[in-house]
Design a protein around this ligand. Structure first.
Ligand SMILES: Nc1ncnc2c1ncn2[C@@H]1O[C@H](COP(=O)(O)OP(=O)(O)OP(=O)(O)O)[C@@H](O)[C@H]1O
Ligand code: SF4
Ligand SMILES: [Mg+2]
Length: 321
């Protein structure tokens, strides 16, 4: 049995478009140990959702996983038969999808949705089991009798979390689990997710835009840019000493009381996936760019503490821009 809850190697996903193949996920690799929380951040279109959905093999045409390996507690996801895959989903790896609140079935009570899940996996449900799951996300047992439209956004999101942990999966994938909620509820829901994840003993891949919010809940942060995982490191290291200029730009774009009013965001736009620069994809926006960057694609540089960054200069700290 693998010591990793999740192991991803050179995952590559492409979308067929009228203008050619768009590589939305480009040789992404990372491992999670049981109980570990990884936050995946990056600009819109950087490949976070595509990476997240690939972990459950939920990519639909025109998208296709064209290469790599995904293992959940050692089990090979990409080699699984349709029946094995059906059993794996929810039981080994569960999804809290982007816009999860609309993922609940509007014509079934919450309790019926739990019962359906248990029945699909040959497990016994029952009011007591459902009540315990609802309690684990801070909801009263009566919620089992409610239809989704009778619940607030935050409550619906908690039900989605309870459904995700119901079968005690090894891995939970949560795609922007709080983006539709107000700031106070966001924090409550994230705390609930972490508590449920800990109780289930699951590892979690949490996708989000807000690096500040993510930093409070994740053990490690992975930064995506143009389909590539450009940096992955423990939260403390990534904030204290980012090794990729894009990571530094993301950190500098966070609001800072001492620099009130002064927004130090990143100029320019991410490149089109159909027209990537030949070397480093970040070169057109990078304050540190040199000629080599425009011709030679940086591979991963392994750093102390299991950190990794894809920049030719990752071995040296990035100085403030
Ligand atoms: N159905 C599709 N057809 C064609 N291209 C797609 C499709 N879905 C995604 N893509 C491409 O894949 C890339 C990555 O998209 P993805 O949804 O993974 O980004 P994301 O990082 O989750 O963005 P966001 O923060 O907006 O949710 C995008 O640039 C997009 O062009
Ligand atoms: S490889 Fe060059 S362009 Fe790319 S991030 Fe590093 S310094 Fe910037
Ligand atoms: Mg997304």
């Amino acid at each position: 049995m693998s010591r990793h809850a999740l192991s991803v190697r050179s995952l590559t996903v492409e979308f067929a478009t009228a203008r050619g193949q768009a590589r939305a996920v480009d040789e992404v690799s990372f491992d999670l140990v049981p109980g570990e929380r990884l936050g995946l951040v990056g600009e819109s279109g950087s490949g976070k959702t595509t990476t997240a959905l690939s972990l459950l093999r939920l990519i639909r045409p025109p998208g296709r996983i064209v290469g790599g390996e995904i293992r959940i507690a050692g089990a090979d996801v990409l080699a699984a038969s349709p029946e094995e895959l059906r059993r794996m989903r929810a039981a080994r790896i569960a999804l809290v999808p982007q816009g999860a609140m609309s993922a609940l079935n509007p014509v079934l009570t919450c309790g019926a949705q739990f019962e359906d899940l248990f029945a699909a996996h040959g497990e016994r449900g029952g009011a007591a089991r459902i009540a315990a799951l609802l309690a684990s996300v801070g909801l009263e047992p009566q919620v089992a009798g409610f239809f989704p439209h009778q619940l607030s956004g935050g409550m619906k999101q908690r039900v989605c979390i309870a459904l995700a942990v119901a079968l005690r999966p090894s891995v939970i994938v949560a795609d922007e689990p709080t983006s539709a909620l107000d700031v106070i509820v966001q924090r409550q829901v994230l705390r609930t997710l972490v508590k449920a994840q800990k109780e289930a003993g699951a590892a979690i891949v949490m996708v989000g835009h807000d690096m500040g919010l993510m930093a409070q809940f994740a053990h490690r942060i992975g930064v995506m840019y143009a389909g590539r995982l450009v940096e992955i490191a423990p939260v403390r290291d990534i904030f204290a000493d980012p090794r990729h200029p894009y990571t530094r730009a993301l950190i500098e774009s966070l609001p800072d009381l001492e620099r009130r009013g002064e927004f130090r965001g990143l100029s320019g736009l991410p490149p089109s996936l159909l027209d990537l620069p030949p070397g480093c994809a970040f070169a057109p926006r990078c304050p540190r760019v040199v000629e080599r960057c425009r011709v030679e694609r940086p591979g991963p540089t392994l750093l102390a503490g299991g950190r990794e960054a894809r920049c030719h200069f990752a071995a040296e700290p990035v100085h403030a821009g």
